[in-house]
Design a protein around this ligand. Structure first.
Ligand code: UDP
Length: 486
């Protein structure tokens, strides 16, 4: 990768405290470092440990990456002691909003570091709207990282501006997202609560500030590639007027087994065992089922999934957020049909806790991905060239679903209708079986698969030397360098 040295450029990365935000930042750090840029990741001590593990697995560029820990005064913010990310919140608690607010208490420590190191720029999560002002105090440009695609960035802005969900008579009546190319339909029930402003006033204010801070910032970094969504990349830049650089898929910077399995939390399965299991399977024959790091279904829903996987008859790997470190004490029988694991022996692998997702997705035996459409997972599925069953739960996942099913046409929707934080809308066994079969067997499945495969190849080309994301990243680095000189 980038042979020219840019070590006069020093980038501060400041991610929000949730795995879905920290994982792409860790990849981004390695990506910038592989282009010869110095990187400092600013985070809290517990998260710093994970960053150290994931960034040190790339020996060649790890010397350019340092991690600076700052303390989150959790108790002062009304959070339990030791709470440092979404994962350390008590299960089923409603403290997510408190964590959003608590991060504001990090501002003085961040400013001290900015003053001391005077980095070339600060890349801060969109959930830190105050970071633009903090950086400006020291004449440092701030870039925003949202963690989603151009399509969803456009949809979010348009929905906020035009509120089309107010013009329908029921929450299940569909409307077309105005101005967004592609005649994309959705229902009010799928629109994020924060867009409909049916959340606490604190959270409303945070989102308002976040949108405004994008306008005041230097620009936006997007984990996507141009060829995936050219219409929406152009719309975001030219119609909505945002300055943006696409540098993804960032997960593709992980090449070796160790790097691919060292993302986010520590895997609760031995990666070599997992690969051995996959090696014993035929190409494109295994369905991988995982709903990210936040969604957590109740036992009734888990049972429906189990019954569906058995009935669908495909080999599978299913990641279930039930295990020692998930803090949810439940009897196995509560969420698994009786005798399930014995019957599925050799056919299905259940990973309780955390899976080495990218390692699994990249294995040739994986033939389909059942995903909650978090953008990282979606991008990782696209990069692996996989067709998907889309099962959005909350956040901006319903928009991501539309991109996958309606624009890219590489996915089949499982049909969730309601945006519900963490627990999601319920889906019955028969519906799951149908969707899984649709991506795995038949002529249409093959067509979808070959489209997905083409996108996967394009994703790889875009991050290679000369590719669109490679070039955009270089453009950004050059621009920051010239700013520094100027
Ligand atoms: N992930 C993983 N193992 C798991 C669950 C998730 O490695 O068992 C990773 C996944 O590869 C992705 C991230 O966690 O990079 C989840 O981010 P996403 O945006 O998909 O969803 P979120 O967790 O934010 O809902």
């Amino acid at each position: 990768m980038g042979s020219e040295s840019h070590d006069s450029v020093h980038i501060f990365l400041f991610p929000f405290l949730a795995h879905g935000h920290m994982i792409p930042v860790s990849d981004m750090a390695k990506l910038f470092a592989s282009h010869g840029v110095r990187v400092t990741i600013v985070t809290t001590p517990l998260n710093a440990t994970r960053f150290t593990q994931s960034t040190q697995s790339r020996k060649s560029s790890s010397g350019l990456i340092q991690i600076k820990a700052i303390e989150l005064p959790s108790e002062e913010a009304g959070l339990p002691k030791g709470c440092e990310n979404m994962d350390t919140l008590p299960p089923s608690s409603d403290l997510g909003n408190s964590l959003f607010q608590a991060t504001r208490l990090l501002q003085p420590q961040l400013e001290e570091l900015l003053e001391e190191f005077k980095p070339t720029c600060l890349v801060a999560d969109m959930l830190f709207p105050w970071a633009t002002e903090a950086a400006a105090k020291f004449g440092i440009p701030r870039l925003v990282f949202h963690g989603t695609c151009f399509f969803s960035l456009c949809a979010i802005e348009i929905m906020k501006l035009h509120e089309p969900f107010k013009n329908v008579s029921s929450e299940f009546e569909s409307f077309v997202i105005p101005y967004l190319p592609g005649e994309i339909e959705m229902t009010s029930s799928q629109v994020p609560a924060v867009t409909k402003t049916i959340v606490s006033s604190d959270l409303n204010q945070l989102m308002k500030d976040a949108i405004e801070s994008v306008l005041k910032s230097y620009g936006v970094i997007v984990n996507s590639f141009y060829e995936l969504e050219p219409v929406y990349a152009d719309y975001y830049r030219n119609k909505l007027g945002r300055k943006a650089w696409h540098i993804g898929p960032v997960s593709l910077c992980n090449r070796e087994i160790e790097e691919k399995s060292n993302r986010g939390k520590e895997a609760t399965v031995d990666e070599h065992e997992c690969l051995k299991w996959l090696d014993s399977k035929k190409q494109d024959s295994v369905v991988y089922v995982c709903f990210g790091s936040v969604a957590n279904f109740n036992s009734t829903q888990l049972k429906e999934i189990a019954m569906a996987l058995e009935a669908a008859g495909q080999d599978f790997i299913w990641v279930v957020r039930r295990g020692k470190d998930e803090g949810i004490e439940v009897d196995q029988d509560e969420w698994l049909p009786e005798g399930f694991e014995e019957r599925m022996e050799g056919k299905g692998l259940i990973i309780r806790g955390w899976a080495p997702q990218v390692l699994i997705l990249d294995h040739p035996s994986i033939g389909g991905f059942v995903t909650h459409c978090g953008w990282n997972s979606t991008m990782e599925g696209i990069s692996a060239g996989l067709p998907m069953v889309t099962w959005p739960v909350s956040a901006e996942q319903f928009y991501n679903e539309k991109l996958v099913t309606k624009v890219l046409k590489i996915g089949v929707s499982v049909g969730t209708q309601k945006w519900i934080r963490i627990f999601g809308d319920s889906v019955k066994k028969e519906t799951i079986v149908k969707a899984v079969s649709e991506i795995m067997v038949g002529e249409e499945a093959e067509m979808r698969r070959s489209k997905a495969r083409e996108l996967g190849k394009q994703a790889r080309r875009s991050v290679e030397e000369g590719g669109s994301s490679y070039q955009d990243l270089n453009k950004l680095i050059q621009e920051l360098k010239s700013q520094q000189l100027g």
